[in-house]
Design a protein around this ligand. Sequence first.
Ligand SMILES: Cc1cc2nc3c(=O)[nH]c(=O)nc-3n(C[C@H](O)[C@H](O)[C@H](O)COP(=O)(O)OP(=O)(O)OC[C@H]3O[C@@H](n4cnc5c(N)ncnc54)[C@H](O)[C@@H]3O)c2cc1C
Length: 620
Amino acid sequence: MKKIYDVAVIGAGHAGCEAANAVSKMGFDTLLLTLNFNNIAFMPCNPSVGGPGKGNLVREVDALGGLIGRITDLAHLQMRALNTQKGPAVRAFRAQADKHLYQQCMRNYIEKQPLITIKQGKVSSIKRIKDHWCLTLNTGVCYEVSAVIIATGTFLRGKIHIGLFSYSSGPQGQHPAISLAESLEAQGIRFKRFKTGTSARVRKRSLDFSKMIEQPGDWLPHGFSYWLPWEPREPVSCWLTYTNQKTHEIIRNNLDVAPMYCGEITGTGTRYCPAIEGKVVNFPHKDKHQVFIEPEGLNTDEMYIAGLSSSLPEEIQDQFMRTVPGLENVEIVRPGYAIEYDVISPDQLLTSLQIRDWPGIFCAGQINGTSGYEEAAAQGIIAGINAGLYLRGEEPFVLKRNEAYIGVLIDDLITKENNEPYRVMTSRAEFRLSLRQENADLRLTDYGYKFKLISEADYQFFRTKRERIQEKLRFLEGNNLSPGSEEAEIIQAKTGLKIQQTTNLKQLLKRPEINCAIIREAFKNGKDELTNEDEVIENLIKYEGYLEREAKMAARLQKTEGKKIPVDFDYSQVPNLSFEAREKLMRYRPETFGQAGRISGVSPADLSALLIWMTRSRKK
Ligand SMILES: Cc1cc2nc3c(=O)[nH]c(=O)nc-3n(C[C@H](O)[C@H](O)[C@H](O)COP(=O)(O)OP(=O)(O)OC[C@H]3O[C@@H](n4cnc5c(N)ncnc54)[C@H](O)[C@@H]3O)c2cc1C
């Protein structure tokens, strides 16, 4: 039995769904294969989307015409605006999703796409036959395709650990993909082992919320997606509690049965979502750690315990959880576990996410060594677009580091030696002030439209918005506020600011107490209250100087590639280096800035801090 498609996507997780959507929108007949039809866009860890850096990725994918933003908006239980009192580079939305609704919305969307054929099936091998690729399922069915996107997540040779008990498995008891890994390896693909983990799921009615701190959501004026009408809904609360010395003592006393510490696990885990065992061992001076209780959905009694990821034996998980206020009578529904899995060594990938010397084979998502739904979605859409461009015989689409977090993510993945699961953070982006979450459409929607991922109607909506922004900027640049005028009186009454000389409105907006809404009210200029546009305009004007400085810094950094770093350089003196960068630089002792920049975890922002410090020290 043999069938022909333009492209096959292996995996209907967060990367696979985006990839299939993108390449099918470009007009290609797409086969989307998944191990289990019920687990499309399954969230194996906490059902939350966004946060600093990750939220920017969600908006970028949405701006390009991807799915994660709109599906999150449809399935959210609560949304929060994070870091609202901080600079715009780190402001972000974070959503708590109903994980079952999320899957259902994604499935509904994918099923409606005319060029996507979705199939349950386990791919066991990929082979080149003449100018095509042949995908064989374990049932013997064969698909002939011109391009393949591998988006198999943590399934390749997945192995679950709970205490000293371990077994071959995908996440949460799903089938592992062993033969596919073996087939790829036999053809020369190199893998390394990573590890991740998750916490126990518990029964809601066994928890005492009166001992916890409520974490309500915010009523936001808009969600992640630029394209869906936003329907705010009553936010469902999360809850905060803390571990204590008793919790830590139980964990410390059982490290001999912790697979991370007794040699059972060899894969490298992520430092950014450590297991509670890791936190207790690595931060012995800390007497408590945060524990967030998050609902998994509206129609389930299952709750997620963020912050207590563990692969200790189930009875030990039960014991230490009962020491946490509010969890004294906790009932575990599913124990926490660690999972080891194969990831492709990313030095085999090109910036298009194609495997070097494997024409038409692309990889996206956790298989490339990342961690997170947002990172997976971001790679998925790029792999989908590039598979489409490959099929058309066109140049690949590569986003630059100053265009998008997606550019930063992919550049980091393929140029740096990532020895642990990679996660996007604002500190990794040297142009983070330009890559704000609110301006993703202005940066990327033209591309989305060019690749036909954005509909005509959405593009028209976007163009009107862009024109409105330009119009408002022109208005601000071309108008002044005169002392004693009616407008000046209104502004003074609103803010207490005394206008003593004629001031240009753009200059006025640079003042911290002034925002677009106040100017609009004084000048009665337009009735629209589109906060997203206000945010764009305010950030462009208020941070104009910083944005210019950022651009200059980028140009300067370009020139420093071969600059020498003394072997005995004292990194402990350099301010503004991230903890990870300082640790890695002290360990690797790079000889040049170029070498320093290629160390995983040393971001261009760290290099900049280093450069500034070295230049200053030399001058002194
Ligand atoms: C236990 C655990 C804990 C995690 N913790 C966190 C966390 O704390 N923070 C965080 O940001 N991220 C976490 N993640 C990561 C996050 O879940 C993933 O990064 C994200 O789901 C990866 O998306 P993906 O599309 O690459 O893969 P997945 O979403 O895993 O999808 C893989 C898809 O491939 C399919 N597949 C696999 N093999 C085959 C085959 N041979 N044939 C056909 N189909 C196949 C599967 O059926 C599935 O549809 C965790 C993941 C796990 C498993």
